[in-house]
Write a protein that binds this ligand. Structure first.
Ligand SMILES: Nc1nc2c(ncn2[C@@H]2O[C@H](COP(=O)(O)OP(=O)(O)OP(=O)(O)O)[C@@H](O)[C@H]2O)c(=O)[nH]1
Ligand SMILES: [Mg+2]
Length: 292
């Protein structure tokens, strides 16, 4: 599936980030723990060069724990400090303050040598749409300072949020980039809900997700939707239908997504499958695993 989403507001947002980057010491890049490679925006990497860096694998509560551990190792090998996070958990977000000060230790010491005291660390929080930037900032601040929402494109412009005398955070709008290297990047971003759903064929998207889940997480599918017929039994009943289509129709029937004549409503089932995955109801799933 070919997916690309780079509306004009992202070009504008990127420009505003390029403007504000001179004001910050540190770039906190949020990646989606379920797909750390696809959710890594190469433009943010370029933007952040020369700054202190911290990578947060957010929504770690929705990802496969073992896969996340491997990804943390992966970033360590590249010399970037990375930590898993569930941004909705206020306690874990707040614990990061120590990490932020530690990552910027050199700057704090440099300031001190120059007699500059109490200058706050300024951090830009950047990442793809819907990855949880504003949620992270709110948890960290302990108050609703930034608007959040369960869809991409909620934050419209840069906004400074002062935490205390030590740290100030800059919330930024989620941005993607003009051209994805390969089709799986776009597909993974769409699975995660980081692409505007209105521009994708959601039924085709759910079909691809189901195909992936059936291959990599069959147990999670069974836990969520019940047992499915063995491949051999099914083949006898309907030779020509693909297994994924069979699964999709079954899920539609079991969840009462039916058209008037009783036929499976695949479009409605698709929404349900995507929503179950995005909200973690299908279980903890990682779309990308580190190659060993
Ligand atoms: N399960 C889970 N959900 C999260 C986490 N962080 C954020 N969310 C949810 O993800 C959705 C998007 O959160 P936002 O904070 O608005 O995301 P954003 O990155 O600011 O999005 P834009 O402003 O659109 O770029 C919301 O429904 C949050 O509740 C997390 O760590 N775990
Ligand atoms: Mg936001």
């Amino acid at each position: 599936m070919k997916i690309q989403w780079y509306p004009g507001h992202m070009t504008k947002a990127k420009r505003a980030m390029q403007e504000d980057i001179r004001l910050v010491d540190l770039v906190i890049e949020l990646l989606d723990a379920r797909a750390p490679l696809s959710s890594r925006n190469p433009d943010i990497d370029t933007l952040a060069s020369g700054k202190f860096r911290l990578v947060l694998l957010n929504k770690a509560d929705l990802a496969d724990e073992d896969a996340t551990k491997d990804w943390i190792e992966f970033f360590k090998e590249t010399g970037i400090r990375a930590l898993p996070l569930d941004s909705r958990n206020t306690g874990s977000a707040r614990q990061l303050k120590g990490t932020i000060l530690e990552v910027c230790k050199e700057k704090i010491e440099r300031d001190r040598r120059r007699g500059i005291l109490n200058r706050p660390i300024r951090a830009m929080v950047a990442g793809i749409p819907n990855v949880g930037k504003s949620t992270f900032i709110n948890s960290f601040a302990g108050r609703t300072a930034a608007k959040t929402g369960n869809k991409p494109g909620v934050t419209k412009g840069n906004q400074w949020i002062r935490l205390d005398k030590n740290v100030e955070l800059l919330d930024t709008p989620g941005i993607l980039w003009p051209k994805f290297d390969d089709d799986t990047v776009g597909t993974h971003l769409a699975f995660l809900g980081s692409v505007n759903d209105d521009i994708v064929d959601k039924t085709g998207l759910a079909y691809e997700l189901l195909e992936f889940l059936d291959r990599e997480y069959p147990e999670s599918l069974r836990m969520r939707y019940g047992e499915f017929a063995e491949e051999e039994d099914r083949k006898e009943a309907s030779e020509e239908k693909s297994r994924t289509l069979f699964l999709m129709e079954e899920i539609a029937r079991r969840r009462n997504c039916l058209k008037k004549g009783g036929e499976a409503d695949l479009d409605r089932a698709a929404l349900l499958i995507l929503d179950d995955f995005r909200s973690g109801r299908t279980g903890r799933i990682s779309l990308e695993k580190k190659e060993n």
